[in-house]
Design a protein around this ligand. Structure first.
Ligand SMILES: Cc1ncc(COP(=O)(O)O)c(C=O)c1O
Length: 482
């Protein structure tokens, strides 16, 4: 447990290069309360956010270097770096190479009086599904994007091709073959705005061909069930056990298509076993059915090299869908499908009618980013950092609450935590919320949330290493009702 002390630090003290030296407003106080459940990083973020919203920190104001502020507040530098990164990701701050971090200059009015912003900031330590915005490779992305803009031809600046830029389709084909063992030609690749849109486009195309029912994992990412229904199709729930989707139930379900995340089912974290991968591929081939493979976070496999995509086993019966949302950042809205040739025309048609096309410059930037090896390098850089966060989290939970069983730790950016007998998901969420900690329940990802086994999801993508102990204390207290 953190020591029960509370300190107020005026950012105007005495180290070699003080905050005042670097132009930080002299009257600003940051209160760090070391006794509370709210982590230090969350407190620092909230204090800076509020100062910006209330214009105590003016647009353009320079913040002290992370080292200076860390010394003055008596906290780890990494906490300051992460807080700056978070606020930069939220649009409050901007970082300049060589001249530090400043309050973003806005050409729109700062929404200082908006009620949502006056709510106490929630600690997002266990947010699921989000890669750390502080890891986003800004410089490399900017380089790729600038080159894309500089070099873009007249056709690149015309109306985009609904299938996507050929440069990106070629780059992806090579990359996916190398990293995910996906078999494709550029003609089979269709670019879209993320996996969720890929699913929407596939469902629209299938529905137009008369397909009514698609099997989905139960539990599965809740939004996908809604997307399927919104396309006029019926999601048919198939249970997931510790070996992944139960294929015998798919066979019984009389469906022509199935949506599955074989590398890391969401939210349970189950990995489809080798035997079931083969079983599923054989079923699809025999039935001439379609597998929609959601490959959202397969690059983050920690105990071994990621298993290749299912698509490699049955390329004629799989639409493989991937995106940069987990490996890079979800704000980019860039994703892809690799489809059997016989479906490509329908998918392009559905994409055209849906939103005409994905914008071109982002695609060209991603093509350059991949060709330069930046995507592979980025994944090599962040994978050990996420693994370290996962290990720290597992250790902290095992130390404080050895009775808790955690699932899905092999891959991804979250753990699945079934709650002990008699503990209700809703109570845990509310108790955590009272402590300022946002925890996501798992029930909504089941077809029947009311009868879902109580569980919560514990993300570690944005987990602050410096505040981990306090965050885990708060989570365990919420579960134990203490
Ligand atoms: C299982 C799963 N698939 C797909 C997605 C969505 O990915 P995208 O941002 O590419 O639409 C998510 C988002 O969190 C997810 O959890």
């Amino acid at each position: 447990m953190a020591a029960k002390t509370s300190s107020s630090t005026k950012i105007q003290t005495n180290s070699r290069r003080t905050a005042a030296d670097v132009g930080f407003p002299t009257g600003l106080h940051i209160q760090i309360d070391r006794s509370g459940a709210l982590g230090i990083r969350a407190q620092l973020e909230a204090a800076l956010r509020e100062a910006i919203q209330q214009s105590r920190l003016q647009p353009g104001a320079t913040l002290p270097p992370s080292r200076t502020l860390a010394i003055e507040l008596g906290i780890a530098r990494s906490v300051v770096v992460e807080a700056y990164g978070q606020l930069a990701a939220e649009g409050y701050l901007e970082a300049f190479q060589g001249s530090g971090t400043r309050v973003r200059r806005r050409d729109v009015r700062t929404p200082s009086r908006a009620p949502a912003l006056t709510q106490p900031a929630m600690n997002m330590a266990f947010t699921t599904g989000l890669p750390d915005p502080a890891f986003f490779p800004r410089k490399e992305w900017l380089r790729a994007y600038r080159a894309a803009v500089d070099e873009s031809s007249a056709t690149a600046l015309g109306f985009p091709d609904p299938q996507g830029r050929v440069e990106l389709r070629v780059a992806l084909g090579d990359y996916l073959a190398r990293v995910r063992s996906v078999r494709s030609s550029p003609e089979q690749v269709v670019i879209c705005n993320g996996i969720s849109q890929a699913l929407m486009v596939v469902c629209r195309a299938l529905h137009a061909r008369g397909t009514e029912r698609i099997a989905v994992e139960d539990p599965c990412f809740a939004l996908h069930r809604r997307l399927i229904a919104a396309c006029g199709m019926q999601p048919v729930s198939i249970p997931v056990d510790e070996h992944g989707l139960v294929i015998s139930r798919v066979r019984e379900a009389r469906v022509d298509a199935v949506l599955v995340a074989p590398a890391h089912s969401y939210p349970s974290g189950a990995v489809l076993s080798p035997a079931r991968r083969v079983e599923l591929a054989e079923w699809a081939t025999r039935q001439d059915a379609l597998i929609v493979e959601d490959d959202y976070d397969a690059e983050f496999r920690f105990d071994r090299t990621p298993v290749g995509a299912l698509q490699g086993l049955a390329p004629e019966n799989v639409v493989y869908a991937g995106s940069v949302s987990k490996v890079l950042n979800p704000s980019l809205r860039l994703g892809w499908m690799v489809a059997p040739q016989r479906l490509v025309r329908d998918l392009i048609g559905a994409k055209l009618l849906y939103d005409m096309a994905t914008e071109s410059l982002g695609q060209l930037a991603l093509a350059k980013f991949i060709e330069a090896g930046s995507l592979a390098r980025h994944i090599r850089r962040v994978r050990p950092r996420y693994r370290a966060r996962r290990d720290l989290l597992l250790l902290a939970l095992a130390k404080r609450a050895p009775e808790l069983k955690l699932l899905g730790a092999m891959a991804g950016l979250h753990l699945f935590l079934p709650l002990p007998n008699g503990v209700r998901e809703r109570d845990v969420i509310l108790a955590a919320k009272e402590d300022g900690l946002r925890v996501e329940g798992a029930a909504r990802h089941w077809a029947e949330p009311a009868s879902a086994p109580p569980a919560v999801l514990v993300g570690y993508g944005v987990l602050g290493e410096g505040t981990l102990d306090a965050d885990v204390d708060a989570l365990v207290s919420a579960i134990r009702g203490t």
